[in-house]
Structures are given as C-alpha cells and as structure tokens.
Design a protein around this ligand. Structure first.
Ligand SMILES: *[C@@H]1O[C@H](CO)[C@@H](O)[C@H](O)[C@H]1NC(C)=O
Length: 395
C-alpha cells in the first residue's frame, strides 16, 4: 500500500454502516411492519427471500470490509481475505450505504468496481519465475518476458498485447499463464481483472453461439472498463467457434470501442496448433547434433505461422486475427525431454516439502511415454500430471 493512501476510518463507522445496511426498516417505511414480520409471513415469502439474499450479500461484503479493517488494526491475525461473491440485487437505498462503504474501502485500497484487484506488474518476479520454474522453454521465456515488459513500460500502448501460445500438451502454456497472472495481479488468476475462457467449457454448443457472442462482448467490455489492464485467456483456442473469433477482432484491432479503451488489455490464445511442426523442427535440430537452446525465433516462428495458416480444419488459422496480423507473437513451446521431466518432478517434490533422491526423479521420469517411436526423445505428456505421479513415491 502506498503510505499516502492510508486513511484510518473509525472502527464504529464500519460497524454502523454495516448495521444500517442490515436494517432495511430503518430506511424504508413499509406500513408499520418490521422487516422480520414481513419475512415470516408466507404470503410475502418473495419479500422474505429477497431480504435473505440481501442480508447474505451485505453480510459477505461487511465481512470483507471488516476483515480489511481488522487487518489494519491487528495485522498479526491477518490472513488473505476471501473474495466475497455477491449478488447485486440490493435495493437502491442500500446501494447508497454500500457506496459510502466502498468509497472508503477504495480510498485505502486499490479497487476496480467494488473488489480489490490490485495490479502488481512485478516484472522482476516474472523474470525470476520464468527462468527458474519453467523448464526447457528458452524461446517462450524470452519472447514473453520481452513482450510483456515492453508492453507494460509504455503508459499508453497503441494496441492491446496479443500473444498466441503453441505447443503440445504439458509443455507449459497454462503454467506460464498462471505465472503471468500471479505477477501482474495480486490475486493472480482469481483477480477480477483476469478472465479465462476454455472453449469446450464456456462455448460448448454451436447453436448458442449468438448468446456466447453477446456474453463475451459484454464480459470483455466490463472487465476492461473496471480494470484497464485486463488479462483475457482463451484456452483451447483451436476450438473457438469462428464467429467468436470475429467478435474479438474489434477489441484487438482498434484502440477504443465505444467509450472503452482496450489498449492496455492483454489477450492470450493457448492451443496445440502447430505442435507437430515445432516438434519436427526440434527433432531435426537435435538429430543434427545441435543444442536446443540454439534454436531461435527466426528458425521457428515463420514455419509455425505458415503451419497455422495452412491447416485446413482449424478456425483459428483461418480467422482474421491471424490473417490480419493482429497477433503480436506466435510463441512456440518446445517438446520436453527426459531431463526436463526430472526437473518438473523435482519441483513437484519441493513444492510439497517432500524429500527426494536422484533415483526417485529417474523413476518418475521413466514412467512417462517418450516419442517418436525410434528416438524416444520427447515426453508425450510433457510435464502434465507429474504432481499426481509423485504420489506413488511418497513414504
Ligand atoms: C516480485 O516477485 C518476487 C518473486 O516472486 C518477490 O520476491 C518480490 O517481493 C516481488 N516484488 C514485489 C514488489 O511484490
């Protein structure tokens, strides 16, 4: 917290405002009946339900403010607050008190909407994590760090940052996304500024695509309105319906749409498209006796892009996003080799404070399947599900 930002609020005031919010009768005259009379009467059950919801919502919010307040008073007892999820169906009069509370809350914390969503942009942390926790991805590490650092160093970029991650499953696309979110936002992927869409989960039925379009547009707009620097992640991008890709185009293309400025937003597309061509390039490279760390973006990116444009059966390659160069970088994730799998296993043990030996790491790495058939160089699953596999080696 910035020191100049700290403003103490009398203890009683938080409690008092919360109390006001919980007493609708105090603010709304209703034929002389108290609110619990109305709540008890079955004929006005609807009112009772609304009231219950309202109390639940207010209680959750007050708990949050209270937690923050008590953190200031008794920092030693302070844990990370849980995010309150609220149903914004409160009547107008209580909105007024909520506004007073949230204005106070936002005067001492950084807010978007009513939630805390601090943007941390910890580039040092990002750099450290990408170099220590991500294995076997020298290209992704370099390109992502450079792009993000460059993008964030400009106060008003010309357009949003759009990166497309490509590679086999388990090579670290989701892992990097998490690292990014963790270092750009205090609450990481949980932040209100971060929206993750998984094609098969969020857009499963083609016949509802019109509904998805509207929802997506609204969600992108609202998030950027609240946060400015918002992060949107589209996992399984190869399965995004074409018309949804078109829906996204204006956001990636123009600086502003309507009243909202999208230039500080970040869009990530994750897919396994082009994974085979990446693997082929790396395989040939290794067979020629060169080290994989010598592969450069110039060796890979043009072939990757050509492959994405060419593969007939995918929407992503055929979308205007790719054709009109709206994507800043195609980031290749290379296939992982035996020694990378060992590193992932080591991290998994360390992450759970468990002892390991070199022998155990070998045992874990040997459980996986390696391809191609002859060379057996690359883990078919990457580092996926390593943390489940180490369960077998627990004492
Ligand atoms: C940035 O991240 C690093 C590593 O996670 C951490 O040690 C450091 O305290 C962070 N810096 C800030 C300003 O949060």
């Amino acid at each position: 917290m910035r020191p100049g930002h700290r403003r103490m609020f009398p203890l009683g005031s938080v409690a008092f405002l919360c109390l006001l919010l919980l007493l609708p009768g105090a603010a709304r005259k209703d034929r002389g009946k108290t609110w619990w009379d109305r709540a008890k009467n079955p004929r006005v059950k609807k009112v009772g339900d609304a009231l219950k919801n309202q109390i639940k919502a207010v209680t959750a919010l007050c708990q949050k403010y209270w937690a923050y307040f008590s953190c200031q008073m008794w920092p030693q007892d302070c844990g990370k607050e849980k995010k309150a999820s609220l149903d914004w169906t409160l009547p107008l009069w209580s909105q007024k008190y909520l506004d007073i509370l949230s204005t106070w809350y936002c005067s001492v914390k950084e807010c978007c909407g009513r939630d805390d969503c601090r943007i941390t942009n910890n580039i040092t942390g990002l750099e450290t994590d990408l170099s220590i926790r991500l294995h076997g991805q020298h290209l992704a590490q370099e390109v992502i760090l450079k792009s993000v650092r460059g993008f964030l160093s400009v106060p008003q970029p010309k357009k949003p940052l759009v990166l497309s991650f490509h590679g086999w499953t388990g090579t670290g696309k989701n892992f990097v996304t998490r690292i990014l979110a963790d270092h750009l936002y205090r609450d990481g992927l949980e932040s209100e500024c971060v929206q993750v869409f998984i094609s098969t989960l969020h857009f499963p039925h083609l016949r509802y695509v019109d509904m998805y379009k509207e929802k997506l547009k609204r969600q992108v707009r609202d998030t950027v309105k609240n946060c400015g620097q918002a992060l949107f992640v589209f996992d399984e991008a190869e399965k995004l319906p074409p018309s949804l890709l078109e829906t996204l185009k204006p956001f990636l293309n123009h600086a502003t749409v309507g009243e909202v400025d999208y230039r500080r937003a970040i869009f990530l597309f994750l897919s396994n498209l082009g994974g085979n061509i990446i693997n082929e390039v790396v395989l040939n490279w290794l067979k020629a006796g060169w080290s994989r760390e010598e592969i450069t973006m110039e060796d890979l990116e043009p072939r990757l892009k050509a492959e994405i444009l060419k593969s007939m059966e995918n929407n992503f390659g055929h979308s205007q996003l790719v054709k009109e160069n709206l994507i800043d970088s195609f980031v290749p994730f290379l296939p992982l080799e035996y020694h990378h799998i060992r590193l992932c296993a080591r991290d998994a043990f360390l992450g759970r404070d468990l002892q390991y030996t070199e022998e155990t790491l070998d045992k874990v790495a040997k459980m996986l399947v390696y391809v191609p058939k002859d060379e057996k160089l690359f883990s078919a699953q990457g580092c996926k599900s390593i943390s489940q596999r180490i369960n077998l080696f627990l004492p």
